[in-house]
Design a protein around this ligand. Structure first.
Ligand SMILES: [Zn+2]
Length: 297
């Protein structure tokens, strides 16, 4: 059974060793004991590669490795980070080649596969639920909004940047685009919108009946419903999962109510919505599975 090292980059780094579909040993993290929402924001790209190499080298010391999978938020294709609005220092980096070279200098030789972080979660969900042949879609709700799908198909799939409103005042997206889903739902975007309240306070005050906050929380759910409805109209109904560090803001019944106003054609009504508690293991597993699959091609 193939051995892989999976690495997930979000607002921090998590790495682990996989034997087939099983994580073995402890996960390694950077920073080790921090809940900093932006722990990597100021780390230059080359330092980030060195940090990744540190974790991978430590895990590789435990035995031979067949493949290394790295998942990164943003557009990642053919080993290149084409864009990463929430980790802009990575833009343009040939992350797979760079990491391969740094690892080789440390005596770790294995193919490196880089992919999108939300795609990795979709791969992990599909693998752990035994639905590797079924279309699996995942929304990750964090600082940015990620959209992942399994099986992987060539494309950009930047679902977080899908346009969900024509209001020209909606311009809080990290990428600079107007009317984007992430400009409404993203953590950073919410902080820019509510300069006087943290996002947690917005949701708490909405529950207590504050009119301004309730209006926004409704918009937040309608935006996600609109984006999900668009993907149902493009690729069909099926399974949608919601996860990420801010998935606690999501109320599924509210989302479903809005979605039902947006999707009306009878062949499209067979969709399911499920919240997955955020965990590093699923994404790690997906990064490893994606690397193993890339190896098999
Ligand atoms: Zn955007």
């Amino acid at each position: 059974m193939a051995t892989a090292i999976g690495v997930v980059i979000t607002n921090r780094i998590v790495a682990g060793r996989l034997e087939g579909l099983q994580l073995t040993g402890k996960l390694l993290r950077h920073p080790e004991n921090s809940d900093d929402r932006d722990a990597l924001g100021s780390v230059p790209g080359s330092e980030l590669v060195a940090l990744l190499a540190d974790k991978i080298t430590a895990l590789a010391a435990k035995g031979p490795v067949d493949a290394i999978g790295v998942s990164i938020p943003g557009i990642v294709r053919h080993g290149v980070v084409e864009d990463s609005p929430n980790l802009p220092q990575l833009k343009g980096m040939r992350i797979a080649d760079d990491l391969t070279a740094v690892l080789a200098a440390r005596g770790v030789v294995a193919p490196v596969h880089a992919g999108n972080d939300a795609d990795a979660i979709a791969a992990g969900v599909a693998a752990t639920r035994g639905q590797r042949e079924k279309l699996t879609r995942v929304w990750t709700i964090g600082n940015g909004i990620g959209y992942g799908r399994w099986p992987y198909v060539e494309g950009v799939w930047e679902g977080g940047h899908i346009t969900v409103t024509l209001d020209p005042k909606e311009r809080y997206c990290g990428c600079g685009g107007v009317g984007h889903l992430e400009g409404i739902m993203g953590y950073r975007a919410m902080r820019m919108r509510f300069l006087d309240l943290e996002p947690e306070e917005v949701f708490a005050q909405a529950r207590q009946g504050d009119a301004r906050c309730r209006k926004f929380v409704d918009l937040w759910h309608r935006a996600l419903a609109a984006a999900t409805a668009s993907f149902i109209h493009l690729a069909g109904p099926g399974r949608f999962y919601f996860t990420g560090r801010n998935v606690g803001f999501l109320d599924l019944p509210t989302l479903r109510t809005h979605l039902e106003t947006m999707v009306k054609m009878s062949p499209l009504l067979n969709f399911s919505l499920e919240i997955l508690p955020p965990d590093d293991e699923t994404a790690l597993l997906g990064a490893g599975v994606s690397a193993q699959r890339a190896l098999a091609r």
